[in-house]
Write a protein that binds this ligand. Sequence first.
Ligand SMILES: [Zn+2]
Length: 165
Amino acid sequence: MPPKNIKTARDLVYWEYAKLIAGSAVGNRKNYGFIMHTFERLKEQKIHPSAILKENKKLVEESNKCAYCGMEGDLHWEHIIPKSKGGDDTIDNMVQACPKCNLTKSDKDLYEWYGKEKQYDIPRLPLGKYLKIVYDAFEKKGTLDSEEMSNEGKLDVFHFSSVFE
Ligand SMILES: [Zn+2]
């Protein structure tokens, strides 16, 4: 669970990014000390996600593998935020996925698909892109820094997708 000082969508997106950064920097997405430090740094500088990760570049490098399971071969473009749930038809919202992942993910949100137990297993590429889209959507709605969402402690990653409704 995120710490108590996460009150806004911006905080939560940064917290999730901090986990991703911990994963690549120290090989552990649960290194709390490192995550906390990175989170504070992102917050201080109000960094835009596009400056955090260069996911489109990474996408090109990994273009012959399923973004979720790493399988090679028969790949299809998959919408990270399903079109039926308000996702865009742009490259920012797409990764290549194998038929099995495509089918099992279906029209689920990323966190919903992986679930609470496996949320740390969501691969960096789709999760990085997902967080960027979520950040932009909250920004567009003007609720990126709104504390209203944290009422009753309801702000967690499983509520991200509500921004597209
Ligand atoms: Zn796959």
